[in-house]
Design a protein around this ligand. Structure first.
Ligand code: ADP
Length: 413
């Protein structure tokens, strides 16, 4: 048999070198005495290169794993830690070397956000082992070595080899800061909504007085006022009236932000019919022509909010047309995967691309109220309403070429 194997560098006649593997086999005679050696040399360049490349890649991967802020560990089917990166170990209060090879459940524990223990079957890595599917938990609690806990988000993905699940790779991160910010943001939003609601509510009483007394001036003191005085009184009432509309819209918006919306299957065709019936007079007054491409789909949404959203879109579509143009509005549905879109297209003045985000914000308007009356709340309600129902809204338009607004909700059935 082979006695020995050497890795050598060979030198060619021209002086160039190459790595080689040489096996040495002793040749013996019948009495088993060595009579010579058989040397077989093979060029080892390709293997050497492959090894070096492997080593470089390994180094690169180690660097990647150690450089990320995320914790990353591998776990085998017996629940043992096969690898953990330094930042992961540090977050958990360990050195990476102490963790490798040990059962993960002896080292760290996790629980639900309220601290209650996790049934093993619901543990994300166990789910991954069982189903071979990745698993993602946004909000759970990990316990460090010293018994303190931190909120964590984590993902577990299967390690598959030869079509069998061999283990899982888990990434986790400490979301303390994110949670703090989310809580602060939520509190601020609730406060802001409450503030807007109270202010709006309380503003209406003095407004009503303004309106009432303005009206009283006009009715009871008309003979004592000259034309200018009457004009002033009218303006007072008119402004009070306008402010009341603004406040009502603001209240509507704030109510929408705070209401609990229960989602149900809603027939869009039915919503559309209600909106058109409701707007019948103002559409006739404007000689507006609205066509709806039936049938409209059923969606998962909140009916009253949808009525409001569609009302605002149709009202705008017939409102923002150039003087003398007959408003022509087309409504049609579109299926996109599990989502239903509803399009509302008009032949109006259009919206320049740079304003298309802005108009969905509250009180944002592109025109003075002399040209087109309004409060700038309509589209804010569309956007907020759609978001509250888990959907989206948007617009496609060019200035002067009409607009195409769309809303999107999950389809049902
Ligand atoms: P309002 O209509 O009370 O001003 P909206 O939030 O509904 O408030 O609309 C905000 C602004 O967006 C409008 O003032 C108008 O400039 C623009 N806009 C809305 N809908 C259209 C439309 N269909 N075509 C052109 N501009 C529109």
């Amino acid at each position: 048999g082979i006695e020995d194997i050497y890795e050598l560098t060979y030198i060619r006649k021209d002086g160039s070198r190459f790595p080689a593997v040489v096996s040495v086999t002793a040749l013996r005679d019948a009495q088993n005495a060595i009579i010579g050696y058989l040397l077989i040399g093979t060029d080892n360049t390709a293997r050497k290169q492959a090894e070096e490349q492997q080593a470089r890649l390994g180094k690169e991967i180690r660097l990647l794993l150690e450089s990320t802020g995320e914790g990353i560990y591998g776990i085998d089917m017996a629940g043992r830690c096969t690898f953990i990166n330094k930042s992961g170990a540090r977050v958990l209060g360990y050195e990476a070397d102490e963790m490798r090879g040990r059962p993960m459940h002896d080292l760290i524990h996790h629980s639900r956000p309220d601290g209650s223990p996790y049934p093993v079957v619901e543990c994300p890595t166990h789910q991954t082992f069982r189903t071979g599917q990745g698993c993602r938990v946004e909000n759970e609690v990990l316990w460090r070595r010293d018994g303190t806990a931190f909120p964590a988000a984590y993902t577990s993905s299967p390690i598959v080899e030869a079509e069998a699940v061999r283990g899982a790779v888990v990434t986790f991160s400490d979301i303390t800061e994110r949670k703090k910010m989310e809580t602060a943001l939520r509190e601020t939003n609730v406060e802001l909504d409450a503030f807007a609601y109270t202010v709006a509510h309380d503003l209406r009483a003095p407004l009503r007085a303004l309106q009432g007394f303005g009206q009283a001036l006009l009715e009871d003191y008309a003979d004592k006022l000259d034309a200018e005085g009457q004009e002033y009184a009218k303006r007072i009432s008119g402004s009070a009236q306008r402010m009341d509309t603004l406040i009502q819209d603001l209240l509507e918006y704030s109510r929408l932000s705070r209401a609990d919306l229960t989602l149900n299957p809603v027939a869009l065709g039915n919503v559309m019919a209600e909106v058109l019936a409701h707007l019948k007079d103002s559409l006739q007054e404007k000689h507006a022509h609205v066509t709806v491409e039936e049938p409209l789909p059923d969606v998962l949404g909140h009916r009253a909010t949808l009525v409001q959203v569609v009302t605002n879109l149709i009202t705008n579509a017939v409102e923002y047309v150039a003087p003398g143009v007959q408003p022509t509005v087309k409504v049609w549905p579109e299926k996109r995967g599990g989502w239903a879109h509803l399009w509302v297209e008009d032949n109006g003045i259009g919206i320049a691309p740079e304003h298309q985000d802005r108009i969905f914000r509250i009180f944002e308007r592109l025109h003075g109220s002399e040209t087109y009356p309004g409060t700038g709340v309509g589209l804010a309600i569309v956007k907020k309403g759609m978001e509250r129902m888990g959907g989206r809204s948007g617009v496609e338009s060019e200035a002067g070429k009409g607009s195409r607004f769309w809303i999107e909700l999950p389809k049902t059935g």
